[in-house]
Design a protein around this ligand. Structure first.
Ligand code: TRP
Length: 366
């Protein structure tokens, strides 16, 4: 137990990953991976969690496992430095979930704001699958199985981390110090916390067609950016424009760095000046969109190219995942053994148990 720094995070394979995932978590993971300063790093594809609300669509989940793996590699996750694995291949996670279920009440689960929103979005109101309802518990198993200390995720995952911490505290209180309490690591830039869709809607979603994927081709990226939602009141170039709720500026907040001005828009020293001009009036949407497009193309081109390279050897990607699963399984099995010992359900590993019982019965205490 203790002072190790262990990073863990995962994604549901329900679609290819997009730039919201990138600024919300992927970019940070790769930076953490490259910075070193941690003992272990685990990144996993949460296919079992994806099935909790896609039970009738296993093919979708299966197809997206490899898509997400390619997105990981494309962004620069390196299997030499991080263990990349598939959740469903680690049965120890189910066992942990089963025991953690005893530590959580139904009303506590009902209060989870992310789950509440998801239930509404999926029109589950009267027919919530139990597995879906309890996925925060299984997520606590994902986190604690690897003794994660640091979980880099988006803001919507905060309730899951809180639930995990509560389970850890309650477990340790009842059974003695066994599990490690994890901490969330949120993006440091507000625009990255929750990147809106290109239509300005709060959430990027495949069905709304408002995402820019990491695998998107250059002309598609440009098309999506040029038709992006801005300030509907900004009609003529000379009109003053609004920055708040203006998706193009939100994206600039998330992606623009000072050197982008030097390269693509040297008339302005920085983003504040660009915003001020837009607010005063006299700066057209097209010019700002072209600037954003130049930035996005610069960021996404190398990712797209690496993705294409990795997709030339799909068997190698599966082999990488298989090896990752092996490593992950050994780690989770270790934690599960500790948990079972703490809960006194380790009958055949406890060398003293039989002797104790022999003595107890011999003394006729029963
Ligand atoms: N719930 C996460 C998502 O929607 C995926 C996930 C599952 C996860 N288990 C996790 C993230 C454990 C971090 C840690 O993307």
């Amino acid at each position: 137990m203790g002072k190790e720094k262990i990073i863990l995070t995962g994604d549901r394979p329900t679609g290819r990953l997009h730039i919201g995932h990138y600024v919300g978590s992927l970019k940070r993971r790769v930076e953490l991976q490259e910075a070193g300063g941690y003992n272990k790093m685990f990144v996993f594809i949460a296919d079992a969690q994806a099935l909790t609300d896609n039970i009738d669509n296993p093919e979708k989940v299966r197809q997206n496992v490899i898509e997400v793996a390619l997105d990981y590699l494309a962004c620069g996750l390196d299997p030499e430095k991080a263990t990349i694995f598939i959740q469903s291949q680690i049965p120890e996670l189910c066992e942990l979930t089963f025991y953690y279920m005893d530590l959580v009440t139904v009303s506590r689960l009902q209060r989870n704001p992310t789950v509440k929103t998801e239930i509404q979005m999926r029109n589950f109101e009267t027919s919530i699958p139990v597995g879906f309802f309890t996925y925060p518990i299984s997520q606590a198993a994902d986190i604690t199985a690897f003794r994660a200390t640091t979980v880099p995720v988006g803001e919507d995952q905060e309730p899951m981390l809180e639930q995990a911490r509560e389970i850890v505290r309650r477990f340790n209180y009842i059974y003695g110090e066994t599990l490690v309490e994890p901490e969330i690591l949120l993006p440091d830039n507000a625009a990255c916390l929750r990147l809106p869709g290109t239509d300005g809607k709060a959430k990027m979603s495949k069905s709304l067609g408002n995402c820019i994927y990491l695998s998107e081709e250059a002309d598609e990226i440009q098309k999506k950016i040029m038709s992006m939602y801005t300030d509907p009141g900004h009609i003529r170039v000379q009109d003053p424009g609004k920055i708040e709720g203006n998706t193009v500026f939100t994206y600039l907040d998330a992606f623009c760095r000072p050197e982008h001005f030097e390269r693509y828009l040297p008339d302005y020293p920085n983003l504040d000046e660009l915003k001020a001009h837009y607010q005063r009036g006299g700066l057209g949407d097209v010019k700002v969109k072209r600037f954003l497009n130049a930035i996005m193309q610069e960021i996404l081109e190398p990712i797209r190219n690496r993705r294409k390279e990795f997709s030339k050897d799909i068997p190698a990607v599966y082999e990488m995942l298989r090896k990752g699963c092996e490593v992950a399984r050994a780690t989770a099995a270790d934690t599960l053994a500790d948990v079972k010992k703490a809960m006194k359900i380790n009958y055949f590993d406890d060398t003293e148990l039989i002797a104790e019982q022999v003595k107890r019965f011999a003394e006729g205490k029963e």
